[in-house]
Design a protein. Structure first.
Length: 176
């Protein structure tokens, strides 16, 4: 990929400045809402930047940009149609193997008291069944760092669990 020249950059910036509002107006007339129109415009100008060699001079850029916006909007509509069809298929299928809620236990109570990063680590290992290497990929750390963090998280978990058990013992002794 070559570095864009100053002329390419200037031609793109000029096309953007001169035609952004017109492309947005075009997209607003052809999409379901403002957010969809903004997505069309963003994608249109991203394509224009990637294809800056094909971008005509400013006086001829508007038809080219509108043609790109037309195809982007059509792709967006097709994607939305596919998404809705998939959603309907999923909704119409019977619920097989529904995920059971996590039961309330002292362990889940302790888990919720831990720091969010400890919770995530323990859930990835225990609930999602990932290996240290896989957890490392998810968290963006090495498997060795996973092992070290796991050791520390387990210590904090044990300390919290011991504190809850001590509170329970105190509470049961007071009621006798």
């Amino acid at each position: 990929m070559r570095t864009p020249s100053a002329a390419d950059r200037a031609r793109f910036e000029e096309a953007f400045e001169d035609h952004h509002r017109r492309v947005l107006a075009y997209a607003l007339r052809r999409t379901a809402g403002e957010g969809d129109a903004e997505d069309v415009v963003a994608e249109t100008f991203a394509i224009a930047w990637r294809r800056k060699d094909a971008l005509p001079t400013t006086d001829r850029a508007l038809p080219w940009l509108l043609a790109v916006a037309r195809r982007v909007a059509a792709n967006q509509r097709r994607g939305t149609t596919r998404w809705r069809a998939l959603l309907e298929r999923v909704r119409s299928q019977p619920q097989r193997g529904a995920i059971a809620p996590v039961p309330e236990t002292p362990a889940t109570d302790v888990l919720l008291r831990l720091r969010p990063d400890d919770q995530e680590l323990l859930r990835l290992l225990a609930w999602d069944g990932l290996t240290h290497a896989e957890v490392g990929v998810v968290l963006g750390i090495s498997p060795n760092a996973v092992a070290i963090r796991l050791l520390r998280a387990r210590r904090r978990f044990s300390a919290q669990l011991a504190a809850i058990e001590a509170d329970d013992l105190k509470g049961s002794g007071a009621s006798r």
